[in-house]
Design a protein. Structure first.
Ligand SMILES: [Cu+2]
Length: 260
């Protein structure tokens, strides 16, 4: 497996924070998984309570207008069609009303955007790096670095979901702010950051959200949210197990090397 660093990876926050308590989505599940961070709570609220009702109302209204016109003004009932082409009042209405709808959407949307963007003081910092085709994680403050590869179907243990389980897990403490340093699209060499604060212990699964190549579908993300005590125990183990801190771990350094 090549270790070439991909220039364009984007680890979506949603990956981390939209799990069900146990696993990923159930069969025939509708909507988002149960959320366990306040940001995801707000995302679900915006989607389910604001956007969906508006979309449904608009779709139903447009469908009604279409059906009404088709039936009411069909050729047999309306042989001489009206030649009217302008109506100032209606034109103002169909400009102003969509504007108002957009403003109603924009207010909570921007509030949420800034909530995601402004990172509270971090308790744990994790650097996530996308490789072809697996993820590497570093805990810079703890000198821990490791990689996580997907567990092949034939090696799965009971209760491990197919195509989602990885050999090493990202472990984070519950109720703590975790800052994730991650490269995003279209800004080569620049590290971006995002954050989450999981409020419920459990195992959470995510997938790569960048169409990155042939094994894109096989680079899942497993995050284990544990109590502070268990986290500290894991840290101790991890420090021994993943003691080697790669010298060339910095994303920026790698990029500079690649350019040369
Ligand atoms: Cu991918």
């Amino acid at each position: 497996m090549t270790k070439k660093l991909l220039n364009k990876f984007y680890l979506s926050l949603v990956l981390f924070i939209s799990p069900s308590t146990l696993f990923a989505a159930d069969n025939w599940q509708m909507g988002f998984n149960e959320s366990v961070t306040s940001v995801m709570d707000d995302i679900v609220h915006l989607h389910d309570r604001i956007l969906l009702p508006i979309i449904v109302a608009i779709s139903v209204f447009v469908l009604f207008l279409l059906l009404y016109s088709v039936i009411r003004f069909r050729a047999s009932k309306n042989p001489i069609p009206s030649k009217t082409s302008h109506n100032t009042f209606i034109e103002i209405l169909w400009t102003v009303i969509p504007c108002l709808i957009l403003i109603v959407i924009a207010v909570p949307s921007f509030r949420l955007l800034y909530k995601q963007d402004v990172i509270p003081k971090a308790d744990v910092t994790i650097k996530a790096i996308g490789y072809q085709w697996y993820w590497g994680y570093e805990y810079p403050d703890q000198n821990i670095a490791f990689e996580a590869n997907m567990v092949e179907t034939k090696n799965l243990k009971p209760n491990q979901p197919r195509l989602l389980e990885t050999d090493n897990h990202v472990v984070v403490p519950v109720g703590k702010v975790v800052k994730v340093l991650v490269k995003r699209d279209a800004v080569p060499g620049r590290i971006n950051e995002t954050w989450f604060k999981a409020e419920k212990e459990g195992v959470y699964y995510g997938q790569c959200s960048e169409l990155c190549g042939s094994r894109h579908a096989f680079m899942p993300i497993t995050v284990r949210v544990v109590s502070e005590k268990k986290y500290n125990e894991w840290l101790k183990e991890a420090k021994a197990k993943f003691a080697k801190y790669p010298e060339n771990n910095a994303v920026a350094e790698n990029l500079i090397k690649e350019k040369k």
